[in-house]
Design a protein around this ligand. Structure first.
Ligand SMILES: Nc1ncnc2c1ncn2[C@@H]1O[C@H](COP(=O)(O)OP(=O)(O)OP(=O)(O)O)[C@@H](O)[C@H]1O
Length: 804
């Protein structure tokens, strides 16, 4: 694949071989119903793998269980076997299946229905279920397939109509549970507590069976999500082929420059097209994962173009795949890939969940998918028993990807992260408690389930707002209306902004009010199910964004200015001239314009916008650096205040915080400063802090399960509230989603990785791979790459020197 590339431009930064594994079989459990066993045998499952039998037995015997094993390790069987066995035996043992997406729910329903086990009446209940069918489902189905949204709005809100279903509820399946993270995860955690409460009201006490991609500490995550203690099954006994993983960094382009004249790398998408074409030429069945829908379409087109020059027939073996396809189209695509009629498919993460595609010859990942769990989920599609397979990770032009291709251990040897969620977030707890009280009056003894003291506080506020009333027996809902419709569980509340196609009046989707100015500002390119629209008008008063269909060959990036103030400091540690804090902040932001960029990264122009200021109360982690340390005039003599070392959480190779000596291409040091100080003249401080902030935002997703877009930051050479130079990194959601806490707990490894990412980048003065941010309000100006390294070394030096 690297043939023809001069060796000095070799894009491959690392190659690793991952060994294969033989299957570990178990006997069918003695309790398994013969009809179910026969149906599964007919589908090619001769015997269960050991982890399937173990998890299924836990569930059958009434123990809450999470099965957390690799891609295509047959997690479905772990819950199908116990649920189907009880139903086949004629027990009144209803089951509820929850999946994060409708498509996955539909796939699982189809898989269960195709087994055709007698006594099973499986049906879906989601937004697509026709009204006429809903009564039937409520009255007769004994296995209902739905999603958290429908459970919240359509089932729990009207639980009286589901009374007979709840009375018999014996099992709740939570599929792909690792996707319940951040604000959405916090909502789902409380939703599952509401579900348990309602089930108990009808006398049922269902067992929870969770399926998850490989994650760290699955038992504690599952327990946190469900509120009940769960056992974990993690030993994967499914067979797996050997794989070779190659890390690939696209070269810098000589002919193009980006913002402020910074160098630009060849885009990960364009590079992926070429790799995909090469793989197809080799006859390898391959899947390429690309982050955006448009990117997936472009990568497929690019590969087809390259192949058509060799042989037009080969171009026909490459296709794009995106979400929004009908189930039949998905099935056809799976079959075409399996049969070899299609050799290359470029897709968004729509193919990550709920597709039965495994054993491919190669997988290409264009850009880090955001979490290690997703990385392995995608990479896991490659690898047939007996044959070796290839995984290529292509870095995008951003600090996290740069870091990963230069620090393979951070990608390949680290335990997969635990999903972060925070059910105590008052912005999530308040609407959820309102729903809970409206469903059934809440008694004092139930308070613990919803977070104890935190819940008490929120209930008092709701009572003050006259939404509910406190009596001696508990809390009661006062209104005739249910609060459910007002509560969006995928965001943090407020009236959603409707995105409407002006010509047809068709509603395409909704956007959280907090992100409307960002996502659907006038001129923004808005993608919906693979089609592209341009926003003509955003009316925040009426909650409407009007768009028209258009497919421009540029993307838009909003620019905003942000201000931050500290409301309260919850944790503070001093490290002699450096302090690290965690607390509550108010962030005001205003989208002031947007950039238009070509897919290559080239900036076309900047258009100013006049939009109102938004404010956000959330949580942040921040560090301050004294003027002395920044200037480097006094270091060793600075009085230490006996601070503690933070970052006790080990993060494997990253967590060691060890630094490699600054390479020749790293930043130059200024002479004449005291060791340990940054040695920066005052004029360089703003650019140094700004660059350090951007890179830190880029790297936090390595430690907290979040996306760069879930968090924001502010840096300043003087902040009124701290009285010093300060770098803030804050959660992007009201009340926070737990990301700032993660940054605080992992401050040393996080900042060490940030420094490493900057030093690893070969550009001279800063580029998108290290310190430029795609959403910077100041057009990435000023940025001082060498200064950022000096600041980070100073901060890390102080943390280590004064840590206990
Ligand atoms: N014991 C078994 N023996 C042989 N094949 C099996 C066995 N168990 C499951 N399979 C097959 O393995 C494939 C993957 O199963 P399944 O979709 O349940 O995996 P999964 O772990 O849920 O996948 P994903 O990681 O995509 O969520 C299916 O085609 C299934 O029929």
């Amino acid at each position: 694949m690297t043939a023809g590339i001069p060796s000095r431009e070799n894009p491959v930064t690392h190659v690793a071989d991952l060994p294969g594994r033989a299957a570990g079989h178990a006997e069918w459990p003695s309790w398994a119903d013969p009809a179910v066993v026969a149906a599964l045998r007919d589908c090619g499952v001769a015997a269960p793998w050991a982890h399937q039998a173990e998890a299924a037995s836990h569930a059958y015997e009434g123990r809450h269980v999470v099965v957390s094993t690799g891609t295509a390790s047959g997690k479905s069987l772990a819950y199908q076997l116990p649920v189907l066995s009880r139903l086949a035996a004629g027990e009144k043992a209803n089951a509820l299946y929850l999946s994060p997406t409708k498509a996955l729910g539909a796939d699982q329903l189809r898989s269960v229905s195709s087994l055709d086990v007698p006594g099973v009446r499986a049906a879906s209940f989601d937004g697509d279920t026709p009204m006429a069918e809903r009564d039937w489902v409520r009255a007769h189905a004994n296995w209902v397939f739905t999603n958290p949204d429908m459970l919240h709005r359509g089932i729990l809100s009207a639980h009286g109509r589901w009374a007979s279903f709840f009375r018999r509820l014996s099992c709740v399946v939570v599929d792909e549970c690792h996707s319940y993270r951040g604000v959405f995860g916090s909502h789902v955690a409380l939703l599952l507590r509401r579900l348990r409460r309602v089930a108990e009201h009808y006398g049922a006490s269902p067992v929870f069976v969770l399926a998850s991609a490989t994650t760290a500490s699955p038992a504690s995550f599952a327990s946190r999500l469900t509120g009940v203690p769960c056992v974990a099954v993690t030993e994967d006994a499914s067979p797996r082929g050997a794989r070779t993983v190659a890390l690939w960094e696209p070269p810098l382009l000589e002919e193009l420059t980006g913002e402020n004249g910074a160098p630009v790398r060849r885009s990960a998408g364009a590079e992926t097209s070429r790799i995909l074409a090469d793989l197809v030429l080799e006859g390898a069945r391959s899947l390429a994962f690309i982050r955006s829908r448009r990117g997936a379409e472009l990568a497929a087109l690019g590969a087809r173009r390259i192949l058509s020059e060799v042989d037009p027939a080969l171009a026909e073996t490459v296709a794009a795949y995106r979400s929004g396809y009908l189930p039949e189209e998905r099935r056809a695509l799976e079959a075409a890939l399996l049969s070899g009629r299609l050799l290359g498919v470029a897709t968004t993460n729509a193919l990550e969940l709920g597709v039965d595609i495994a054993g491919l010859d190669a997988v290409v990942l264009a850009g880090y998918p955001g979490t290690l769990a997703s990385f392995w989920q995608q990479a896991g599609r490659a690898g047939r028993s007996g044959d070796s397979a290839l995984v290529v990770f292509v870095a995008r032009d951003d600090p996290l990807d740069t870091y990963l291709v230069h620090h393979p251990a951070a990608l390949l040897e680290r335990p997969v992260e635990t999903a972060v969620l925070d059910p105590a977030n008052p912005y999530v707890l308040a609407p959820q408690l309102a729903c809970a009280v409206a469903e059934l009056p809440l008694t004092l003894s139930e308070l613990e389930v919803f977070g104890g003291a935190a819940a008490l506080e929120v209930l008092a506020e709701l009572a003050e707002q006259k939404l509910l009333r406190r009596r001696s027996s508990g809390w009661y809902w006062t209104s005739r209306d249910r609060p459910h419709a007002e509560v969006g569980i995928r965001g943090t509340g407020g009236e959603q902004i409707a995105v409407v196609e002006a010509d047809s009046g068709r509603m395409l989707g909704t956007v959280d009010p907090g992100s409307a100015c960002f996502a659907v500002h006038p001129g923004a390119v808005y993608l919906h199910q693979g089609s592209s629209y341009v926003v003509d008008e955003l009316d925040l008063e009426t909650g409407l964004a009007l768009v028209h269909a258009e497919n421009p060959d540029w993307t838009t990036t909003p620019r905003e200015i942000v201000d931050i103030s500290v409301l309260s400091t919850q944790e503070k540690q001093d490290f002699g001239g450096v302090s690290v804090c965690l607390g509550e902040v108010a962030v005001t932001s205003q989208v002031v314009g947007y950039l238009r960029r070509r897919p290559s990264g080239e900036v076309l122009d900047h258009t100013p916008l006049d939009l109102p200021e938004q404010s956000l109360r959330t949580r942040a982690v921040w560090y301050t650096v004294s003027a002395e340390l920044l200037g480097g005039t006094a270091v060793d003599g600075v009085a230490g205040t006996g601070g503690h070392r933070v970052g006790t959480e080990s993060a494997g190779p990253v967590g060691t915080g060890e630094e490699t000596p600054a390479s020749g291409r790293g930043p130059a040091r200024e002479g004449g400063r005291t060791p340990g100080g940054a040695g920066l003249v005052p004029a360089r401080v703003p650019g140094a802090l700004h660059a350090a902030e951007h890179a830190a935002i880029g790297l936090l997703p390595l430690f907290a399960t979040c996306d760069r877009w879930d968090i924001g930051g502010v840096s300043t050479a003087w902040h009124d509230d701290t009285g010093e130079a300060t770098v803030f990194v804050h959660d992007g959601h009201p009340g926070g989603a737990g990301f700032a806490e993660r940054g605080y707990a992992a401050i040393v490894p996080w900042l060490a990785a940030t420094r490493e990412a900057i030093v690893s980048c070969e550009c001279p003065t800063g580029c998108p791979s290290c310190v430029q941010s795609p959403k910077c309000g100041n057009g990435n100006d000023p940025l001082d790459k060498a200064g950022a390294v000096a600041v980070l070394e100073t901060v890390l030096g102080a943390l280590r020197q004064h840590g206990s």
